[in-house]
Ligand binder design. Sequence first.
Ligand code: C2E
Ligand code: MG
Ligand code: MG
Ligand code: MG
Length: 280
Amino acid sequence: RAKKQGRSNYQLFTQNMNSEAMRRVHLDHSLRRALENQELEVFYQPKVDLQTGQVFALEALIRWQEPGGKIIPPDEFIPLAEESGLIIPLGAWILEESCNQARRLNRIFQTPLRMSVNLSPRQFKHRQLARQVDEILERTKLRPDLLELEITESAMAKNPAKALRTLHELSELDIYLSMDDFGKGYSSLYNLKTFPINSLKIDGSFIRGLPNDLQDAAIVKTVITLGESMGIEVLAEGVETREQHDFLIKQGCRQGQGYLYSPPAPAKNLDYILSRPLIS
Ligand code: C2E
Ligand code: MG
Ligand code: MG
Ligand code: MG
């Protein structure tokens, strides 16, 4: 009996493997097509000055809507594009699109807005990264200090010596660099000390339990203090409630991002979103 069950489990396993593999091939194919057919759209989520409620930056977040209307979240296709290498042209497209958007907004609004773009690990490892970024800045005429690149802590930690070189190349372009999902990866205080980082984004998983979860509260407080004493800006990701917001303010955190202020929105909504403070 056990043997029989074992076999059927195995069959189930291979069946799943096949359909998973097929799903990926299919997804990879449709992603290439999507890029050509402009089914991909960059959404933008505000980063908010917690004191004033004013938006000081936008984070570009890619969205894929299939012709049928189905939205495929980036967590599903970015890893796939990573594996296939498609992330390199895709990432370059997202960067250029976002820089163009930033240029447009900075022509309209008086106060300078920063545009923040996520880099996947493979983009971060790519030899030509700094050159690519430089070329896009050149083409779009965006002021370099108005571009921010978000790199996850884990992507930086994989090969710290190489990461340090890349970060220096990037910071020589005068762009702004932030460590994304801070606290989720293998943090090393040594990396924090040596990397030329302008900002830390505290991972949303630590914000969720605020203000009641004592561990979350302790971690968040500590990171805020750490950033402050090191001259690194600290932003809280995934702020969803007024209570979380109030806690962050009380602890001296100056920057936040999350559904409480605004979800990621299409470019056409930005003029309205940027016209007023998002919290008071
Ligand atoms: P991330 O860079 O850490 O982005 C934060 C994610 O949290 C986004 O999910 C955002 O929509 C979501 N979020 C924002 N506010 C809240 C909130 O209050 N509560 C909750 N629960 N979630 C919130 P999204 O857009 O699905 O992106 C997921 C991840 O996919 C991103 O994490 C980033 O790693 C990656 N990604 C997204 N767009 C791009 C892109 O253009 N290029 C690359 N390389 N990666 C991207
Ligand atoms: Mg990010
Ligand atoms: Mg993040
Ligand atoms: Mg994330």
